[in-house]
Design a protein around this ligand. Structure first.
Ligand code: HEM
Length: 197
């Protein structure tokens, strides 16, 4: 086993740090309920694209006994709590064609839970909670508990091509960025999605 393979998680972290930073900057903190509503629409759109792909990969048996954390239904309920409609549908650009790309994408989807505690605090400060408007953030915060088990499983997948995993992880981050990018916003995300499809 090479050093690279022994630390797949840190390899993925290094190779996607630029995209995480951009995403973090785009999302920022929610200072107003309007900010939060925009975030919810973008997050719902992202999970609407990502979760069917992760579920299909899981159904193929590519993740063994690991079940991806799914928060789309909670997000749809959060939108309903806020009286908001989902953003318009967009063309699917995320294709998890093989186990290595799927594991890379799964790393991003599971890792997103690690920032949820911070986002939950921002949402609570403007009046939302685990039972109203911020259900998905509460679910993701709980999800951070099995993260060490996830990274152990990830690091054990030395049978998979690490660079293909990076491709899958970057594709997942790019999908998220397209959904959260304020330049297009949730009012017209398809323009940006089409641009890098
Ligand atoms: C404002 C929004 C966000 C904040 C403040 C945030 C913050 C954080 C924090 C604090 C960590 C833990 C870092 C560590 O323990 O080393 C983390 C990890 C991570 N986040 Fe985010 N995050 C945000 C959004 C997202 C989103 C939307 C995604 C994915 C779509 C994402 C993907 C990840 C991944 C993959 C990791 C794991 C990195 C590792 O391997 O340690 N994050 N984030």
């Amino acid at each position: 086993m090479t050093d690279l393979q022994a630390t797949l998680r840190f390899h993925l972290r290094r190779k996607t740090a630029d995209l995480h930073h951009r995403l973090d900057t785009h999302i920022g903190a929610f200072r107003t309920r309007v900010d939060y509503g925009r975030y919810l629409q973008s997050a719902e759109l992202f999970r609407r694209l990502a979760e069917p792909e992760l579920t299909a990969a899981s159904d193929e048996g590519w993740f063994g006994d690991w079940r991806p954390g799914l928060v789309h239904d909670a997000l749809a309920a959060d939108l309903g709590d806020c009286g908001l409609e989902p953003a318009p549908g967009v063309e699917q650009i995320l294709a998890l064609a093989d186990p290595a790309a799927a594991w890379g994408a799964l790393y991003v989807a599971e890792g997103a839970s690690l920032g949820a505690n911070i986002l939950l605090q921002s949402a609570e400060a403007i009046g939302f909670s685990a039972t109203r408007g911020a259900r998905h953030l509460a679910a993701q915060s709980r999800r951070s508990t099995p993260w060490p088990r996830f990274t152990a499983l990830l690091d054990s997948r030395t049978d998979l091509d690490p660079e293909r995993m990076v491709d899958g992880a970057r594709m997942m981050f790019e999908t998220a960025l397209a959904c959260f990018d304020p330049a297009t916003g949730s009012s017209n995300p398809s323009t940006k999605l089409a641009a890098f499809a």
